[in-house]
Every structure is written in C-alpha cells, then in structure tokens.
Design a protein around this ligand. Structure first.
Ligand code: ZN
Length: 170
C-alpha cells in the first residue's frame, strides 16, 4: 500500500480551514483514500491523521489510539465536538511537526459527532488519549497545530527547535 507524503509545519494546507465533506461526492474515492491514509499513519506509528496532513483540505480524519493491540479504527467525517469536560496537560506530538513534543492543555473528555466511512452519523465519547486525538484532529481541520496552543514563550522555544529540525524533514 502506498504511503502518502505527510505535509509539514509551514505548508499552506496545514493552515487552512478545511471544507465540509459532501459524502456522496467523494464516496467512490473514499475507500481508496482511507486505505492510503491508514497505511500512511501506521507506517509512521501515528495515532491520528487528518486529510490536510496529506494535502487535502477536506474535513476528514482517521484515528486509532491503540495500534499496538486490537485496533479501533475510527473514521471522522465532518467531526464536531458536542461537549467538553475537565482538563488534562499531557505531552503531545504531531506527524506534521516531527521531532517536536510539548505539553498541551486539552479537555479531558469530549463527545464528538461525525459520519463514519459509510456516511452514517455516530456520536462517541472519548477520554484520555482518545479525547486528545479528537481535539488534535479537529484542530487540523480548522488549520491549527498543537504548538498553536503553547504559551508565547514555549512557542518561541519550539520555533527555534523547528528551525533546526526542518533540515531533516522530507
Ligand atoms: Zn497532528
């Protein structure tokens, strides 16, 4: 299965607000696209991948927070966060900012609504890593990266690190 190229920090696709998916318009290409997105995500041991990270500005993401054990493959089409509760402050990373990790404040529990791979609406509660993945991926669809949540001072530190790391990004 081909791996898709993952867009990196600084590329325009990561900064755009992605367009809502018209399910019927993409249903034919969707299985192929999802297959490639899963392969791309697993190849680099990610737990989530949003369409803008493969250069497509549409509101679609895939999440599997337990690739090591029994997979829980979630397809999120036009996801919305319906409810948010509590806070957590954990280290986070992103396939589009390779080599950079920072603690980010997130809601501890969220409820999302989305369409699945077959276009059927569903709602799901997530907590811990899953809650973080939901928030991280919805952020991607709104043109935000996890480092955008850092304080000004922390972001300055991260930006100088990125400057060095960028030489090795492909
Ligand atoms: Zn990311």
């Amino acid at each position: 299965m081909p791996s898709l190229r993952i867009t990196k920090h600084g590329e325009p696709a990561l900064k755009k607000v992605s367009a809502a998916v018209d399910y019927d318009a993409i249903r034919r290409e969707l299985p192929r696209l999802l297959k490639d997105m899963w392969a791309t995500m697993y190849a680099v041991k990610g737990v989530g991948l949003a369409a803008p990270q493969v250069g497509l500005n549409i509101r679609l993401a895939v999440v599997d927070v337990r690739p090591e054990s029994k997979p829980q493959r979630l397809v999120l089409i036009n996801p919305e966060i319906l409810a948010r509760e509590g806070t957590m402050f954990e280290e986070e990373g992103c396939l589009s900012v390779p080599g950079v990790y920072a603690k980010v404040k997130r809601y501890a529990r969220v409820r999302i609504r989305a369409l699945d791979a077959r276009g059927r609406p569903y709602e799901m509660d997530g907590e811990g890593l899953l809650a973080r993945a939901f928030q991280h991926e919805v952020d991607h669809l709104d043109g935000r990266l996890f480092i955008d949540h850092l304080t000004f001072v922390d972001k300055l530190k991260v930006m100088s690190l990125i400057k060095d790391l960028r030489k090795n990004w492909t």
